[in-house]
Design a protein around this ligand. Structure first.
Ligand code: GDP
Length: 140
């Protein structure tokens, strides 16, 4: 295992319910260090660019709209095997399939409102971190 960085997003359904602190606590308890974090309101155009990989999917338009319904918190997490560690603490995409103790099990409302995003591969992590952060914003 190696020290990795990954991009995490706390989605609007979670910021609306004031869950940022509780989600951050779960990330930290999982051994991840939040080395950058900012709260943003993004446009639908930016959401479409971020989720371009899903452009052909039926849920793409709703997904991009949902990311604009309120503030998001974008963050860079660092730790041992951070990409997989974060995916595990996030839980399954559909909260109905998520294991107890995971963020999506505890806080996700539905597959459309599942509270968090996390990079799913090293290449995507690099790309997604650079989408929202410059190097000088990462404070280790
Ligand atoms: P994630 O990495 O677990 O977030 O899942 P994906 O990258 O595959 O999908 C991005 C987001 O699109 C998910 O977090 C869901 O909010 C949404 N999504 C994915 N698959 C579906 C689906 O089959 N139906 C709907 N309505 N939304 C989906």
């Amino acid at each position: 295992m190696a020290i990795q960085q990954t991009l995490s997003i706390i989605k609007p359904d979670a910021t609306r319910r004031n869950l940022t602190g509780q989600i951050n606590a779960k990330l930290e308890e999982a051994g991840l260090k939040i080395i950058a974090q900012k709260r943003l309101l993004i446009t639908k155009e930016l959401a479409k660019e971020f989720y371009a990989v899903h452009a052909e999917r039926s849920f793409y338009d709703d997904l991009c709209t949902n990311m604009t319904l309120g503030p998001i918190v974008v963050q860079v997490l660092e730790g041992e095997d951070a990409i997989q560690t974060n995916r595990e603490i996030m839980g399954a995409t559909n909260p109905s399939n998520a294991f107890p103790g995971t963020i999506r099990y505890e806080f996700g409302e539905s597959i459309d409102f599942n509270s968090v995003h996390g990079s799913d591969s090293p290449a995507n992590a690099v790309q997604e971190i650079a989408f929202f952060f410059s190097k000088i914003e990462l404070c280790r």
